[in-house]
Write a protein that binds this ligand. Structure first.
Ligand SMILES: O=C(CO)[C@@H](O)[C@H](O)COP(=O)(O)O
Length: 229
């Protein structure tokens, strides 16, 4: 079932591995078929070098494994919560890429410091709150999805397809699995530029909204972020 989706998600996971954003079996990518209410995700703990389309696991929006010999990614509940809450996304990517993870661990948001960022993210990339002990000790991955959606109240997730999960790492998303990986690559580069800017200038200062609008709206035609840029 859903052979094409499994091939697409397998390809996206291999792209993630080839991008250098993940090592060992870290990270994961999924993609959803909204017409069937089923998403495909990387199996847990797999060596990317051995990953094949037939290894990709299918999971329903009710959270049931529909097809696959292996255990779905340990982050499946997070991907599931984002698909449930945000009907406009088609793919989700999670990494521990070093610069973006530094922002997540430092609980720092990434302001829009330049046009590179502005071309891809309509404003500040937010960070979630630190989860409470009981949220961590119970359903950690599901609660990770919940605090991401909580943080995005008032923010259009399609115009800022990225977040830093406090104390953990980044999640990105997009119209499909491939775009979620592209956004993870752009986020890591933007975070590296942010750290370099901070070390050169001693601060991270957002560009004017008008420059953000000029770049983002010219490329994407819409922007609906109501918070501070
Ligand atoms: O965030 C984590 C672990 O902290 C996970 O993303 C692992 O890095 C990958 O887990 P699997 O997808 O292989 O289960």
């Amino acid at each position: 079932m859903l052979e094409e989706l499994k091939k697409e998600v397998c390809r996206a996971n291999l792209e993630l591995s080839e991008s250098g954003l993940v090592i060992l079996s870290w990270g994961n990518v999924s993609g959803i078929d909204r017409s069937k209410g089923i998403f495909a995700i990387k199996p847990s703990g797999i060596d990317y070098a051995k990953l094949k389309p037939e290894d990709i696991v299918l999971v329903s929006l009710e959270g049931e494994k529909v097809e696959g010999d292996m255990k779905p990614s340990s982050d499946t509940p997070t991907h599931l919560e984002l698909y449930r809450q945000w009907s406009g996304i088609g793919g989700v990517c999670h990494t521990h890429s070093p610069c973006a993870t530094a922002f997540a661990q430092a609980k720092r948001e990434l302001p829009c410091l330049g046009t590179t960022h502005a071309d891809n993210f309509y404003g500040t990339v937010p960070v979630t709150r630190q989860m409470a002990i009981e949220e961590i000790e119970t359903e950690y991955e599901l609660n990770t999805g919940k605090v991401i959606c909580e943080r995005f109240k008032g923010i259009d997730p399609e115009t800022i397809p990225a977040v830093f999960c406090a104390g953990h790492g980044p999640f990105t998303w997009g119209k499909d699995a491939g775009e979620s990986v592209k956004n993870a690559i752009v986020l890591e580069m933007a975070c590296k530029m942010g750290l370099d800017t901070l070390s050169l200038a001693g601060k991270m200062e957002a560009i004017p909204q008008t420059l953000l609008d000029k770049h983002y709206l010219r490329k994407h035609g819409k922007g609906a972020y109501y918070g501070q840029n």
